[in-house]
Design a protein around this ligand. Sequence first.
Ligand code: PEP
Ligand code: MG
Length: 550
Amino acid sequence: MAEVLHGIGVSPGFAAGPVHRLTPPPNLPAPVPVADVAAEIARAAAALANVAADLTRRAAAASGPAAEILSAQAMMADDPVLPDAVADAVRGGDDAVHAIDRALAAHRRAFEAAGGYLAERVADLDDLRDRAVAVCLGQPMPGIPDPGHPFVLAARDLAPADTAGLDPARVLALVTEAGGPTSHTAIVARSLGLPAVVRCEGVLTLHDGVMVAVDGATGQVEVDPDSATVRERREREIGRRAAIARSAGPGRTADGHAVALLANIGSAGDLTGEGGAGAEGVGLFRTELLYLDRATAPTPAEQVATYTEVFAAAAGRRTVIRTLDAGADKPLPFVHHDDEPNPALGVRGLRLARRHPDVLDSQLAAIAEAARATGADAWVMAPMVSTAAEAADFVGRCRAVGLPRAGVMVEVPAAALRAAALVQVVDFLSIGTNDLSQYTFAADRQCGELAELLDPWQPVLLQLIAACAAAGREAGRPVGVCGEAAADPGLSLVLVGLGITSLSMSPRSIPAVREALAAHTLAECRALSEVALAAPDATAARVEVIGTSS
Ligand code: PEP
Ligand code: MG
């Protein structure tokens, strides 16, 4: 029996090939005394220049967001302040390696103190240091290896700089020991269509060159798989990819049960990118982008312009706009106060309207104006709703400005458990599985260490979703899912089986979900949902459902 490692599948697909580990960052050697200060300064400067040139070359060869990330990092390496700081450190007695380390540590502190965007760039500075130190020591630069043939990349986790230059023609699949379903690795893998497994313990103990077979749906990584199985799985994978490439039309099960496939977007542009054109509408427009990095709220005219643009891009398709979801992982300077010991449990989402009803009302008025002007099929929903009274208050505000379809997100267990009461006062429910997992398990959604608790296949999460779907069915109102769970083709079958009426996801994920639904009848989906609900844990649910459905 081949050895099988288990992780969390975060990007579906199958690939087999030799594993190669990410080249690790160099260890700092013990300091050495400096005999020739000028030569040491030149050595350090040459290392920094080498790194800047390498990043510039890679930026020129890349495109889109990867090129932007790499150019920004090349500019950091080229910052004229850096060689001066390094030279000062050498004059103070450091050798080239330790001078680079010291200068970049000072930069890091300055970035952290600046907060915001700069603080988020400290990982890029650490990566610069590792690269320059490796060059100084004559070691390979850390990052993606180049064995000269396609390979499965194994790593503890992948930083943005690692994935920016990732070439899907060379890298067959990603397997990491850390990370989670919403980690950078997962997002990049899905956007490149690469199979990926995260939280796969033991993958880094495999020697470079060992053959592995990666299943990005079940999360299984088979070591030294037998060649007949690999051949058969590769053929199936070719068929799956061809079906996805041809995929078009509305979401339907094999027996014609309609399930609207909608897009999660942050701006109108997301609807014109890959997959967006095939969406049956927008299931979640995250309006936070309009408010982020601002000292004051956007003006009514700015808001109307943005919503008009989104409605125009949707061109008559259903468009669900979520009102401002600020707080916790999405802080906003002009509505937040620093008096919350636990922001995830604080005044966030719809709760902000308690303090700033004007912010909500002016947003609803702007949405209504844009909807009237464009004749859009506008739906509006509030985030972080806990009670039927909150839902009723929100719906009242929507009606007051003439918005005909008002719903709420179910992201808090209290709302899911009382879905029957909520659904009486709204036009629809939309389940935000990212937050619903967080609050069900009391596990911070940004904490990679707790990823298995946040796994959307957790049977208890499915139980809460089932309760919402049953309440919606009873009341004759739609209940959708707009969290990451909706983007998983295997899980989409379970959600439809539970009675979910629409699935909203990043546009690129739509074709794979469409094909999964088209291959199963509603009765099969129902049977699979029973299997998942009865499973003892998320791993078992995933393996049993995918094993049964493929
Ligand atoms: C969710 O919580 O599942 C959701 C869709 O909202 P967000 O990820 O923006 O919090
Ligand atoms: Mg949420």
